[in-house]
Design a protein. Sequence first.
Length: 78
Amino acid sequence: MAKKVYDKVSVHLSYYDFEGGFWGMTDKNGNQWLPLNLDDAWISLGNIEVVVSFVVDENIFSLVNWGTPVMISAIKHP
């Protein structure tokens, strides 16, 4: 299956305290993205708005039942 690339998407990065706790991203349309490779440096900043580029690969699965699993390729403050 082909990978889908998203470039420069504005999202709110938030911590969710259920299913063991995890960080998730929600865009302005309400889409939920589960970053699998979020760097610890961003986690230390807390709940913030960021701009991310990421790849969705339908062959990637997660034990967290929230959002679409993604691999971040770039992340920055808006």
